[in-house]
Design a protein around this ligand. Structure first.
Ligand SMILES: Cc1cc2nc3c(=O)[nH]c(=O)nc-3n(C[C@H](O)[C@H](O)[C@H](O)COP(=O)(O)OP(=O)(O)OC[C@H]3O[C@@H](n4cnc5c(N)ncnc54)[C@H](O)[C@@H]3O)c2cc1C
Length: 379
Protein backbone atom coordinates (compact mmCIF):
# COMPACT_ATOMS: atom_id res chain seq x y z
CA UNK A 1 0.00 0.00 0.00
CA UNK A 2 1.63 3.23 -1.08
CA UNK A 3 -1.42 5.40 -1.81
CA UNK A 4 -0.97 5.41 -5.59
CA UNK A 5 -3.95 5.25 -7.92
CA UNK A 6 -4.05 2.40 -10.43
CA UNK A 7 -2.86 4.78 -13.17
CA UNK A 8 0.00 6.12 -11.04
CA UNK A 9 1.10 2.59 -10.11
CA UNK A 10 1.01 1.60 -13.79
CA UNK A 11 3.14 4.60 -14.70
CA UNK A 12 5.75 3.82 -12.01
CA UNK A 13 5.76 0.14 -13.09
CA UNK A 14 6.31 1.24 -16.70
CA UNK A 15 9.31 3.41 -15.83
CA UNK A 16 10.76 0.63 -13.66
CA UNK A 17 10.27 -1.93 -16.44
CA UNK A 18 11.94 0.28 -19.05
CA UNK A 19 14.88 0.77 -16.70
CA UNK A 20 15.18 -2.96 -16.08
CA UNK A 21 14.78 -4.32 -19.59
CA UNK A 22 15.61 -1.50 -22.00
CA UNK A 23 18.12 0.77 -20.27
CA UNK A 24 19.51 -1.93 -17.94
CA UNK A 25 21.52 -1.85 -14.76
CA UNK A 26 24.67 -2.76 -16.71
CA UNK A 27 24.38 0.31 -18.94
CA UNK A 28 23.97 2.64 -15.94
CA UNK A 29 26.99 1.01 -14.27
CA UNK A 30 29.15 1.32 -17.39
CA UNK A 31 28.34 5.04 -17.83
CA UNK A 32 29.58 5.57 -14.27
CA UNK A 33 32.75 3.52 -14.80
CA UNK A 34 33.55 5.30 -18.08
CA UNK A 35 32.41 8.71 -16.79
CA UNK A 36 30.30 9.23 -19.91
CA UNK A 37 26.96 10.98 -20.24
CA UNK A 38 24.10 8.51 -20.98
CA UNK A 39 23.34 9.80 -24.48
CA UNK A 40 21.75 6.57 -25.80
CA UNK A 41 19.33 6.36 -22.87
CA UNK A 42 18.53 10.08 -23.16
CA UNK A 43 17.59 9.59 -26.82
CA UNK A 44 15.47 6.56 -25.90
CA UNK A 45 13.61 8.50 -23.21
CA UNK A 46 13.08 11.40 -25.63
CA UNK A 47 11.69 8.99 -28.25
CA UNK A 48 9.25 7.61 -25.67
CA UNK A 49 8.02 11.16 -25.12
CA UNK A 50 8.87 11.31 -21.41
CA UNK A 51 10.67 14.66 -21.70
CA UNK A 52 7.25 16.15 -22.55
CA UNK A 53 5.61 14.96 -19.36
CA UNK A 54 5.54 18.24 -17.40
CA UNK A 55 5.21 20.64 -20.33
CA UNK A 56 1.64 22.01 -20.53
CA UNK A 57 -0.52 20.80 -23.40
CA UNK A 58 -0.88 24.32 -24.82
CA UNK A 59 2.94 24.41 -25.15
CA UNK A 60 3.12 21.06 -26.94
CA UNK A 61 3.59 18.80 -23.93
CA UNK A 62 1.56 16.15 -22.12
CA UNK A 63 0.47 18.36 -19.21
CA UNK A 64 1.31 15.73 -16.57
CA UNK A 65 1.29 16.54 -12.87
CA UNK A 66 4.24 17.09 -10.55
CA UNK A 67 3.19 13.82 -8.89
CA UNK A 68 3.52 11.97 -12.25
CA UNK A 69 6.91 13.61 -12.66
CA UNK A 70 8.05 12.52 -9.19
CA UNK A 71 7.12 8.92 -10.06
CA UNK A 72 9.18 9.15 -13.24
CA UNK A 73 12.18 10.43 -11.24
CA UNK A 74 11.75 7.61 -8.70
CA UNK A 75 11.79 4.99 -11.48
CA UNK A 76 14.64 6.52 -13.50
CA UNK A 77 16.91 6.57 -10.41
CA UNK A 78 16.55 2.94 -9.42
CA UNK A 79 20.03 1.94 -10.69
CA UNK A 80 21.67 5.17 -9.63
CA UNK A 81 20.73 8.71 -8.73
CA UNK A 82 23.36 10.16 -11.07
CA UNK A 83 21.79 8.48 -14.11
CA UNK A 84 18.42 10.07 -13.31
CA UNK A 85 20.14 13.44 -12.88
CA UNK A 86 20.81 13.65 -16.61
CA UNK A 87 17.03 13.70 -17.19
CA UNK A 88 15.98 15.58 -14.08
CA UNK A 89 18.28 18.56 -14.47
CA UNK A 90 17.10 19.00 -18.03
CA UNK A 91 13.39 18.55 -17.32
CA UNK A 92 13.12 20.66 -14.17
CA UNK A 93 15.19 23.44 -15.73
CA UNK A 94 12.96 23.36 -18.83
CA UNK A 95 10.08 24.34 -16.58
CA UNK A 96 11.78 27.72 -16.03
CA UNK A 97 11.28 28.39 -19.76
CA UNK A 98 7.65 27.28 -19.48
CA UNK A 99 6.97 29.55 -16.49
CA UNK A 100 9.18 32.56 -17.12
CA UNK A 101 10.13 32.38 -20.81
CA UNK A 102 8.94 34.81 -23.46
CA UNK A 103 6.77 33.42 -26.30
CA UNK A 104 9.86 33.60 -28.52
CA UNK A 105 11.97 31.62 -26.02
CA UNK A 106 9.29 28.93 -25.66
CA UNK A 107 9.04 28.73 -29.43
CA UNK A 108 12.80 28.45 -29.81
CA UNK A 109 13.61 25.99 -27.03
CA UNK A 110 10.68 23.78 -26.01
CA UNK A 111 10.15 21.76 -29.18
CA UNK A 112 13.86 20.86 -29.62
CA UNK A 113 14.02 20.06 -25.89
CA UNK A 114 11.03 17.69 -26.08
CA UNK A 115 12.59 16.03 -29.15
CA UNK A 116 15.83 15.49 -27.19
CA UNK A 117 17.85 17.74 -29.52
CA UNK A 118 18.83 20.22 -26.82
CA UNK A 119 18.97 19.87 -23.03
CA UNK A 120 19.16 22.22 -20.06
CA UNK A 121 21.42 22.69 -17.03
CA UNK A 122 21.05 24.92 -14.01
CA UNK A 123 24.02 27.06 -12.99
CA UNK A 124 23.55 28.75 -9.62
CA UNK A 125 26.62 27.83 -7.55
CA UNK A 126 29.95 29.64 -7.57
CA UNK A 127 33.16 29.36 -5.54
CA UNK A 128 31.78 31.91 -3.05
CA UNK A 129 28.09 31.12 -3.52
CA UNK A 130 27.23 27.66 -2.16
CA UNK A 131 24.56 27.52 0.55
CA UNK A 132 24.61 31.29 0.32
CA UNK A 133 23.35 30.93 -3.24
CA UNK A 134 22.53 34.62 -3.73
CA UNK A 135 26.14 35.64 -3.12
CA UNK A 136 26.56 35.64 -6.91
CA UNK A 137 29.66 37.40 -8.20
CA UNK A 138 29.43 36.45 -11.87
CA UNK A 139 28.56 39.69 -13.61
CA UNK A 140 26.46 40.35 -16.69
CA UNK A 141 26.74 43.89 -18.06
CA UNK A 142 24.79 45.50 -20.86
CA UNK A 143 26.74 46.37 -23.97
CA UNK A 144 24.61 47.62 -26.84
CA UNK A 145 22.06 44.88 -27.57
CA UNK A 146 24.02 42.26 -25.65
CA UNK A 147 24.78 41.03 -22.16
CA UNK A 148 28.46 40.37 -21.54
CA UNK A 149 29.24 37.84 -18.80
CA UNK A 150 32.44 37.52 -16.76
CA UNK A 151 33.01 35.28 -13.77
CA UNK A 152 33.06 31.68 -12.63
CA UNK A 153 30.34 29.14 -11.92
CA UNK A 154 30.81 25.82 -10.12
CA UNK A 155 29.21 22.36 -9.89
CA UNK A 156 27.02 22.77 -12.96
CA UNK A 157 25.69 19.27 -13.62
CA UNK A 158 25.30 18.23 -17.24
CA UNK A 159 26.75 21.54 -18.49
CA UNK A 160 29.28 19.80 -20.70
CA UNK A 161 26.80 17.51 -22.48
CA UNK A 162 26.11 18.10 -26.20
CA UNK A 163 23.76 20.98 -26.99
CA UNK A 164 23.19 22.06 -23.40
CA UNK A 165 21.64 25.44 -22.60
CA UNK A 166 22.71 26.70 -19.18
CA UNK A 167 20.16 28.67 -17.15
CA UNK A 168 22.72 30.82 -15.37
CA UNK A 169 22.21 33.02 -12.32
CA UNK A 170 24.20 36.24 -12.77
CA UNK A 171 24.43 39.63 -11.10
CA UNK A 172 23.08 42.30 -13.41
CA UNK A 173 22.82 45.14 -10.87
CA UNK A 174 25.70 45.43 -8.46
CA UNK A 175 24.13 48.34 -6.57
CA UNK A 176 20.83 46.61 -5.79
CA UNK A 177 20.41 44.68 -2.52
CA UNK A 178 21.86 41.15 -2.59
CA UNK A 179 18.80 39.19 -3.80
CA UNK A 180 17.45 41.99 -5.99
CA UNK A 181 20.28 42.48 -8.47
CA UNK A 182 20.14 38.94 -9.88
CA UNK A 183 18.92 37.66 -13.24
CA UNK A 184 18.88 34.38 -15.16
CA UNK A 185 20.41 34.29 -18.63
CA UNK A 186 20.18 31.35 -21.04
CA UNK A 187 23.71 30.50 -22.14
CA UNK A 188 24.30 27.85 -24.85
CA UNK A 189 27.37 25.87 -23.77
CA UNK A 190 29.07 26.50 -27.12
CA UNK A 191 29.06 30.30 -26.65
CA UNK A 192 32.46 31.93 -27.26
CA UNK A 193 34.05 32.91 -23.93
CA UNK A 194 32.48 29.96 -22.07
CA UNK A 195 35.04 27.39 -20.91
CA UNK A 196 33.54 24.26 -19.31
CA UNK A 197 35.72 21.81 -17.36
CA UNK A 198 34.42 18.50 -16.01
CA UNK A 199 35.37 17.90 -12.38
CA UNK A 200 36.74 14.51 -11.20
CA UNK A 201 34.09 14.13 -8.50
CA UNK A 202 33.35 11.19 -6.18
CA UNK A 203 29.74 11.07 -7.41
CA UNK A 204 27.90 12.37 -10.51
CA UNK A 205 30.41 10.56 -12.75
CA UNK A 206 28.18 9.98 -15.78
CA UNK A 207 26.13 13.17 -15.97
CA UNK A 208 29.23 15.06 -14.89
CA UNK A 209 29.45 18.25 -12.89
CA UNK A 210 31.54 21.15 -14.09
CA UNK A 211 33.24 24.41 -13.35
CA UNK A 212 32.63 27.14 -15.89
CA UNK A 213 34.83 30.10 -16.68
CA UNK A 214 33.17 33.06 -18.37
CA UNK A 215 35.45 35.49 -20.11
CA UNK A 216 33.50 38.12 -22.03
CA UNK A 217 30.76 35.68 -23.08
CA UNK A 218 28.36 37.70 -25.21
CA UNK A 219 24.62 36.89 -25.29
CA UNK A 220 21.88 38.73 -27.12
CA UNK A 221 19.28 40.50 -24.97
CA UNK A 222 16.73 37.87 -26.03
CA UNK A 223 18.57 35.36 -23.83
CA UNK A 224 17.40 37.02 -20.60
CA UNK A 225 14.84 34.78 -18.87
CA UNK A 226 12.08 36.91 -17.36
CA UNK A 227 12.94 40.49 -16.51
CA UNK A 228 16.32 41.72 -15.21
CA UNK A 229 16.19 41.52 -11.41
CA UNK A 230 13.81 38.50 -11.38
CA UNK A 231 16.63 35.99 -10.93
CA UNK A 232 16.03 35.13 -7.29
CA UNK A 233 12.30 34.65 -7.84
CA UNK A 234 13.03 32.24 -10.71
CA UNK A 235 15.63 30.31 -8.69
CA UNK A 236 13.41 30.00 -5.61
CA UNK A 237 10.62 28.58 -7.75
CA UNK A 238 13.11 26.34 -9.56
CA UNK A 239 14.52 24.89 -6.33
CA UNK A 240 11.12 23.70 -5.14
CA UNK A 241 10.59 21.52 -8.23
CA UNK A 242 14.25 20.43 -8.21
CA UNK A 243 13.97 19.26 -4.60
CA UNK A 244 10.80 17.26 -5.27
CA UNK A 245 12.47 15.57 -8.24
CA UNK A 246 15.70 14.70 -6.45
CA UNK A 247 13.87 13.50 -3.33
CA UNK A 248 11.81 11.10 -5.43
CA UNK A 249 15.01 9.92 -7.12
CA UNK A 250 16.73 9.33 -3.75
CA UNK A 251 13.79 7.09 -2.82
CA UNK A 252 14.04 5.13 -6.09
CA UNK A 253 17.76 4.57 -5.62
CA UNK A 254 17.40 3.77 -1.90
CA UNK A 255 14.72 1.16 -2.64
CA UNK A 256 17.03 -0.61 -5.09
CA UNK A 257 19.83 -0.53 -2.50
CA UNK A 258 17.57 -2.28 0.03
CA UNK A 259 16.40 -4.83 -2.56
CA UNK A 260 19.99 -5.59 -3.63
CA UNK A 261 21.11 -5.96 0.00
CA UNK A 262 18.15 -8.24 0.78
CA UNK A 263 18.91 -10.48 -2.20
CA UNK A 264 22.58 -10.66 -1.23
CA UNK A 265 21.65 -11.54 2.37
CA UNK A 266 19.59 -14.48 1.08
CA UNK A 267 22.31 -15.64 -1.33
CA UNK A 268 25.41 -15.30 0.83
CA UNK A 269 26.20 -18.37 2.91
CA UNK A 270 28.47 -18.13 5.95
CA UNK A 271 28.64 -20.56 8.88
CA UNK A 272 26.51 -22.93 6.75
CA UNK A 273 23.56 -20.52 6.64
CA UNK A 274 22.33 -17.54 4.64
CA UNK A 275 23.46 -14.37 6.43
CA UNK A 276 19.79 -13.28 6.24
CA UNK A 277 19.21 -15.79 9.07
CA UNK A 278 21.33 -13.71 11.46
CA UNK A 279 18.94 -11.50 13.37
CA UNK A 280 21.34 -8.57 13.34
CA UNK A 281 21.25 -8.55 9.49
CA UNK A 282 17.46 -8.98 9.36
CA UNK A 283 16.98 -6.06 11.73
CA UNK A 284 19.25 -3.86 9.62
CA UNK A 285 17.16 -4.72 6.56
CA UNK A 286 13.93 -4.02 8.44
CA UNK A 287 15.19 -0.59 9.50
CA UNK A 288 16.36 0.16 5.95
CA UNK A 289 13.00 -0.67 4.38
CA UNK A 290 11.10 1.24 7.06
CA UNK A 291 13.19 4.38 6.38
CA UNK A 292 12.66 4.09 2.63
CA UNK A 293 8.88 3.73 3.08
CA UNK A 294 8.81 6.76 5.38
CA UNK A 295 10.88 8.79 2.90
CA UNK A 296 8.56 7.77 0.06
CA UNK A 297 5.51 8.97 1.97
CA UNK A 298 7.15 12.34 2.66
CA UNK A 299 8.02 12.67 -1.03
CA UNK A 300 4.51 11.75 -2.18
CA UNK A 301 3.01 14.26 0.26
CA UNK A 302 5.24 17.06 -1.06
CA UNK A 303 4.56 16.07 -4.69
CA UNK A 304 0.81 15.99 -4.08
CA UNK A 305 0.83 19.38 -2.37
CA UNK A 306 2.83 20.88 -5.23
CA UNK A 307 0.44 19.28 -7.73
CA UNK A 308 -2.47 20.93 -5.92
CA UNK A 309 -0.65 24.27 -5.94
CA UNK A 310 -0.44 24.44 -2.14
CA UNK A 311 2.44 26.25 -0.41
CA UNK A 312 4.84 23.44 0.48
CA UNK A 313 8.40 24.66 0.95
CA UNK A 314 8.53 23.10 4.45
CA UNK A 315 7.17 19.76 3.21
CA UNK A 316 9.54 19.80 0.22
CA UNK A 317 12.52 20.42 2.50
CA UNK A 318 11.36 17.62 4.81
CA UNK A 319 11.23 15.26 1.83
CA UNK A 320 14.68 16.40 0.63
CA UNK A 321 16.19 16.09 4.10
CA UNK A 322 14.77 12.71 5.00
CA UNK A 323 15.08 11.05 1.59
CA UNK A 324 18.72 12.12 1.13
CA UNK A 325 19.71 11.01 4.63
CA UNK A 326 17.84 7.74 4.03
CA UNK A 327 19.77 7.12 0.80
CA UNK A 328 23.00 7.79 2.67
CA UNK A 329 22.13 5.51 5.60
CA UNK A 330 20.70 2.57 3.66
CA UNK A 331 23.61 2.51 1.23
CA UNK A 332 26.13 2.56 4.09
CA UNK A 333 24.25 -0.35 5.69
CA UNK A 334 24.03 -2.02 2.28
CA UNK A 335 27.83 -1.83 2.03
CA UNK A 336 28.11 -3.51 5.45
CA UNK A 337 25.67 -6.30 4.56
CA UNK A 338 27.44 -7.02 1.27
CA UNK A 339 30.86 -7.14 2.94
CA UNK A 340 33.93 -7.14 0.66
CA UNK A 341 31.80 -7.71 -2.44
CA UNK A 342 30.21 -4.27 -1.93
CA UNK A 343 33.50 -2.61 -2.91
CA UNK A 344 33.28 -3.83 -6.52
CA UNK A 345 31.51 -1.82 -9.26
CA UNK A 346 29.50 -4.90 -10.31
CA UNK A 347 27.86 -4.98 -6.88
CA UNK A 348 26.45 -1.48 -7.63
CA UNK A 349 26.29 -0.65 -3.92
CA UNK A 350 29.49 1.43 -3.98
CA UNK A 351 27.88 3.60 -6.69
CA UNK A 352 24.69 4.01 -4.69
CA UNK A 353 26.84 4.80 -1.64
CA UNK A 354 28.75 7.54 -3.50
CA UNK A 355 25.47 9.05 -4.64
CA UNK A 356 24.23 8.89 -1.05
CA UNK A 357 27.25 10.91 0.04
CA UNK A 358 26.51 13.73 -2.40
CA UNK A 359 22.74 13.67 -1.82
CA UNK A 360 22.91 15.55 1.49
CA UNK A 361 24.96 18.29 -0.24
CA UNK A 362 23.64 18.81 -3.81
CA UNK A 363 20.32 20.63 -4.19
CA UNK A 364 20.85 22.35 -0.82
CA UNK A 365 22.54 20.70 2.16
CA UNK A 366 20.75 18.92 5.01
CA UNK A 367 21.68 21.83 7.28
CA UNK A 368 19.95 24.28 4.95
CA UNK A 369 16.84 22.04 4.70
CA UNK A 370 16.65 21.94 8.51
CA UNK A 371 16.95 25.75 8.58
CA UNK A 372 14.05 26.09 6.10
CA UNK A 373 11.90 23.62 8.08
CA UNK A 374 12.60 25.27 11.43
CA UNK A 375 11.86 28.72 10.00
CA UNK A 376 8.43 27.52 8.83
CA UNK A 377 7.48 25.91 12.15
CA UNK A 378 4.81 27.68 14.20
CA UNK A 379 3.80 27.42 17.86
C1 LIG B 1 27.56 16.46 -7.19
C2 LIG B 1 27.05 17.87 -7.09
C3 LIG B 1 26.30 18.40 -8.13
C4 LIG B 1 25.85 19.71 -8.07
N1 LIG B 1 25.16 20.22 -9.14
C5 LIG B 1 24.83 21.54 -9.15
C6 LIG B 1 24.21 22.13 -10.29
O1 LIG B 1 23.88 21.46 -11.27
N2 LIG B 1 23.99 23.48 -10.29
C7 LIG B 1 24.32 24.26 -9.23
O2 LIG B 1 24.10 25.46 -9.30
N3 LIG B 1 24.89 23.72 -8.13
C8 LIG B 1 25.14 22.39 -8.06
N4 LIG B 1 25.74 21.83 -6.94
C9 LIG B 1 26.12 22.72 -5.84
C10 LIG B 1 25.31 22.49 -4.57
O3 LIG B 1 24.07 23.10 -4.67
C11 LIG B 1 26.17 23.06 -3.42
O4 LIG B 1 27.27 22.18 -3.27
C12 LIG B 1 25.41 23.17 -2.13
O5 LIG B 1 24.40 24.15 -2.21
C13 LIG B 1 26.32 23.49 -0.95
O6 LIG B 1 27.22 24.51 -1.24
P1 LIG B 1 28.79 24.30 -0.92
O7 LIG B 1 29.19 23.00 -1.52
O8 LIG B 1 29.50 25.50 -1.38
O9 LIG B 1 28.89 24.14 0.64
P2 LIG B 1 28.91 25.34 1.72
O10 LIG B 1 27.76 26.24 1.50
O11 LIG B 1 30.28 25.94 1.73
O12 LIG B 1 28.67 24.52 3.03
C14 LIG B 1 29.73 23.83 3.74
C15 LIG B 1 29.09 23.29 5.02
O13 LIG B 1 28.63 24.38 5.83
C16 LIG B 1 27.24 24.22 6.10
N5 LIG B 1 26.55 25.52 6.12
C17 LIG B 1 26.67 26.54 5.22
N6 LIG B 1 25.85 27.54 5.55
C18 LIG B 1 25.18 27.14 6.67
C19 LIG B 1 24.18 27.73 7.49
N7 LIG B 1 23.65 28.93 7.22
N8 LIG B 1 23.75 27.02 8.57
C20 LIG B 1 24.25 25.79 8.85
N9 LIG B 1 25.19 25.18 8.11
C21 LIG B 1 25.65 25.84 7.02
C22 LIG B 1 26.71 23.35 4.96
O14 LIG B 1 25.51 22.69 5.31
C23 LIG B 1 27.88 22.39 4.74
O15 LIG B 1 27.83 21.35 5.68
C24 LIG B 1 26.15 20.51 -6.95
C25 LIG B 1 26.89 19.96 -5.90
C26 LIG B 1 27.33 18.66 -5.96
C27 LIG B 1 28.13 18.11 -4.81
Amino acid sequence: MNFLTTEQQLWLDTVNRVMESEVTREYVRQCDIDRVYPYEAYEKVARMGWLRLLIPENQGGDGGTIFDYALMCEGLARYGFDFATAFMVSTFTAMNIVKFGSPAQREKYLQPFMAGEIRFSISISEPSAGSDAANTRTRAQEDGDDWVINGQKLWCSGAGADNAILAMLVRTDKDARKHHGLSVILVPNTTAGVDIRRLPTLARRATGTNEIFLDGARLARANMLGEPGEGWKIITDHLELERIAVSAAYVGNAQQAVTDALKYAHDRIQFETAIYEFQVIRHMLADMQTSVDAARLLVYRAAEMATLGLPCSKEVSMAKLFASETLQTVTRNGMQIMGGHSMLPEADMERYFREGMQSTIGGGTSQIQRTIIARAMRI
